[in-house]
Structure formats: C-alpha cells, structure tokens
Design a protein around this ligand. Sequence first.
Ligand code: HH2
Length: 275
Amino acid sequence: MAQPLEERFPRPAVVGVLNVTPDSFSDGGAHVDPAVAVAAARRMVAEGAALVDVGGESTRPGSHGVTADEELRRVVPVLEQIAGELPVSIDTAKAEVARRALELGAVLVNDVTALRGDPELAGVVAEHGAYLCLMHMRGEPRTMQDDPRYDDVVADVKRFLEERLAFATASGIAAERIALDPGIGFGKTVDHNLELLARLDELTALGRPILVGASRKRFLGRVLGDPEALTGPATASVAAALVAYHGGASLFRVHDVREHVEALAAAAAHEWAAA
Ligand code: HH2
C-alpha cells in the first residue's frame, strides 16, 4: 500500500509550476521548448521542490481550453524525459492526458475542475492509485472572474471541497491520497482570496492536506496598489505562502521555488521552536 499523501509530501512541500504552454499568465512561452522545460524541472527539484507540476493548458481568467491532442503534444515530450526521474504531477482535467502522464511515471493528478470536467478521470486516478488534488473553482476559466459572489466564501469553498472529496472516495480513490485546494484566483475577488488565506484553518479542519496556489497571481499585484495588475511579484507570493503555512497549508504551488523553499523552511523552524 502506497503512503498517504501527507507522508509522501510532508509539510511544507513546495510544488514547482512548469507550464508547457504559450499563454500561461506568468510564465507563458518560457518552457515550450522541451529541453528548456526539462532543465527548469531539474532546477526546481535541485532547489528543493517536492514535486514538479507539468501543465499543457492555461486556466488563466478568460482562457479557452485546448484539445487533448494539443495538450498531449505539449506535455508528453517533457514527461518522457522527467517523469521517470523526478517527482511529477500532471495539471490536467482530461482523463486521456492524465492516463498518459501516469503511464510515463507521474504520481499526482492536479485537477482544477475537481473531477467535474471529465467523467473518466476519477477512474483513471483510482486505477493507477495516483495522488489527486481537488481544487475549488467557481464557473469555468472563460467566465470565472465575471462578478464572483458568495454568501460566505470560506463556507462555500469548504462545502464544495467536502462534497468533491466524498465524490472522489465514492469513485474508489482513497481519501488518504487526496489534497484539497481553495483555488486562489479561480472565480474570486481580491477580498475573497485574502479571506480564504486568513481563514484557511477552517479548510484544514476537513482533515486532508491543503494545497495553496497564490504564486504570482493578480490579486497580489492589486494588493500592492495596481488595480489593473495581471500578475503579482515573487516577494508578495512568498508572503502569501507564509500566511497560508501559518493557517495550516501543507503544499505550495509556486513559480519561484528557491525563494519559497527557503522562506517556508525558516517558518517551519519557527513553528517547531514555538511548539
Ligand atoms: N493555479 C493555476 C493552475 N493550476 N492548480 C491548483 N491545484 N491550484 C492553483 O491555484 C492553480 C492550479 C494557475 O496558475 P498557472 O499554472 O501559473 O497559470 P495558467 O493557468 O495560466 O497556466
């Protein structure tokens, strides 16, 4: 029996973002050459990443999806080189892409639709005994930032994650292999994102490791005073990760690996000293 997720990726675990896309919001186009992507993945692991999250489809606000063929064309050449050698997750909502990635050695499926996008995906994850991340998103990327509203964003996200966790386990995926993610920036205003980070302990109460992806997201640029910002800086990303860590988050999906590994290692040392 494979290890529970919290043992395989002990807190704090940094997940490096590797977007093999022409259009991702902060690193679009940087890794379309497989050789460049492979070098970036190796660097992330050398800098302390516990996992490299490979994605072939942008989910930035306003984006349209790509076909499974296009996604495979982007990620397979990279996965062929790194998935047997490095700890890799696949950022996809498509069963076909997940299956190929798992066959090539990926260990976790990161699904921003929380098993709502492709009815075949749960079966693929269960069959491979893969780890899984279930993320909250309001609507879909194309429309999610059109005036998002919640009664209570934290309570709504918690209810959603609880329901998707129950769906996943009912589909044959062991709860101990699952992480949950509030989906920072996915159908949320600046205030929604800040409130989720501030009240993260209410989500850790669900009993599964929480993954947070605040890295470089636009709300951080907006917090710093630019109302039109489309990204945020690494410094503010590290601050958000530390707030999330303090709230009990376990995994941190980030673009700037070394900065986060160092900051989180220092935060962990403070936490141990205070315990
Ligand atoms: N954010 C993005 C993509 N995938 N997965 C999880 N679990 N959590 C997140 O917060 C998350 C995610 C968006 O960031 P990025 O991959 O950098 O951009 P894009 O979607 O434009 O490729």
